[in-house]
Design a protein around this ligand. Structure first.
Ligand SMILES: Cc1cc2nc3c(=O)[nH]c(=O)nc-3n(C[C@H](O)[C@H](O)[C@H](O)COP(=O)(O)O)c2cc1C
Length: 196
């Protein structure tokens, strides 16, 4: 069954980004597809060290030990759609989101494009400003990797500061619902006859 994986790159596992992502995943689940939400939370995830081992080894692995990056790579490989969610920190993505993108992105590139023709969607939360820049940062990852970016009826950005406040942003929640419908529609068109 096609699967959709979402990464919550906020240190808050039950914060606004998680709520936006769960809204999208609920729709996709209802359409009959498997979903998984991974909370990066405060788990350690170091940045790319530019060692270039992934280009030498070409084994779809990152050689940095001590975190879950290779598990994330495997899960992304076995998914049809990858959603990356991040709060806005200083008008950009969190360090967790950047570490994820840099490391899986380099391993993907070193192995001929592991996520080619998979669907990609960015989801961002913010208190007030800078979210569109964070949204663009995530989309750079999808668009350099031959992925197909899925949109909604507005940019996928929700407003809120304290945990749960984003649920009062009704327009953002509707945007998430439509995003989930569009991802489901594309999966059924593109991947219904394959395992991913
Ligand atoms: C270090 C830090 C930097 C932030 N920078 C911004 C910012 O530039 N613009 C903004 O609108 N909100 C900013 N915020 C607020 C968060 O983006 C907002 O509270 C968001 O809803 C948090 O999502 P979460 O609950 O998933 O962690 C910042 C929060 C933190 C902790």
């Amino acid at each position: 069954m096609p699967k959709v994986i979402a990464f919550n790159c906020s240190p808050r596992v039950d914060g606004n980004t998680a709520r936006m992502l769960n809204k999208v995943l609920d729709v996709i689940k209802k359409e009959g597809f498997e979903t998984e939400l991974i909370n990066l939370g405060s788990k350690p995830l170091s940045g790319c060290t530019a060692c270039n081992s992934c280009f030498k080894n070409k084994d779809k692995r990152c050689i940095i030990n001590g975190d879950n990056i290779n598990e994330y790579i495997d899960k992304m490989i076995s998914s049809s759609a990858i959603i990356i969610g991040s709060p806005t920190y200083y008008a950009d993505i969190t360090p967790q989101a950047k570490a994820l993108i840099d490391r899986v992105g380099f391993v993907s590139m070193a192995n001929g494009g592991l996520f080619k023709r998979k669907l990609g969607a960015a989801v961002v939360t913010m208190r007030r400003a800078g979210g569109i820049h964070a949204f663009d940062s995530i989309n750079h990852f999808f668009t350099i990797g031959e992925m197909i970016v899925v949109g909604s009826n507005y940019w996928n950005i929700g407003l809120g500061r304290e945990k749960g406040e984003v649920e009062d942003d009704k327009e953002a929640m509707k945007t998430m619902k439509i995003l989930g419908e569009n991802i489901s529609w594309l999966i059924s068109k593109l991947y219904s006859r394959s395992e991913r």
